[in-house]
Design a protein around this ligand. Sequence first.
Ligand code: CTP
Ligand code: MG
Length: 250
Amino acid sequence: MSDDSRPSPASTRTAAVIPAAGRGVRLGPGAPKALRALGGTPMLIHAVRAMAASRAVSLVVVVAPPDGAAEVKSLLDAHALPERTDFLVVPGGDSRQESVKLGLDALPPEYDIVLVHDAARPLVPVDTVDAVIEAVRDGAPAVVPALPLADTVKQVEPAGTPGDPEPVVATPDRSRLRAVQTPQGFDRATLGRAHETVTDDVTDDASMVEQLGARVVVVPGHEEAFKVTRPLDLVLAEAVLARRRLNDGF
Ligand code: CTP
Ligand code: MG
């Protein structure tokens, strides 16, 4: 893409799409994951507030569980959210990828930067959100917040039967690996093209842009942008919230 086809920073408009349509199978039985409470407030509301906390974000599109759009709409009405931000709710699909696509389809034409943020990362700090937007404004078509890994990673030949020993194939150099988070930020046209072109199963949006051959860059992520996936993650999320409340109180 040529530089002059990019919007100038002063005129950019940024929207955030929040896929929240998953069931949360790994978290165990209960309500859809995004609707589970954290510190008494649904995880989704935390995620929406985290996006709306950025002054650059003027629209948040929530992709709700297919049968839960009405419930999500009333949740948004019931919780205090910044007045400068608009909200839209659309029903999601069977995969994260489909849900994101449905969210993108609902975006009005005037938005030229789009963030995609997991409802399951309710505690991402606003500085991380702003750093991602800034890097897109500076000209990167796709920006991913990420952290170095704490664990060494092994590539294996997966066992046919779960629990069986798995032969190790390789040990990638850990210093060159990053664990990626959200919000991932995109030039809207580039992400739209990726979602129309790439049909392989992917677990993040940036990998679709990589498949297009466009440039994807990583910026520093944040510990508190972890994804609530398993029950222990809920314990950690409650602890982070409790620490924030304590710090705000002094
Ligand atoms: N997601 C979605 N639509 C789907 C599947 C997932 O919008 N069909 C969203 C989830 O709501 C979540 C994000 O994608 O905010 C990241 O997915 P993940 O953490 O895997 O959530 P779930 O798919 O709900 O959890 P699990 O895989 O354990 O069922
Ligand atoms: Mg999932």
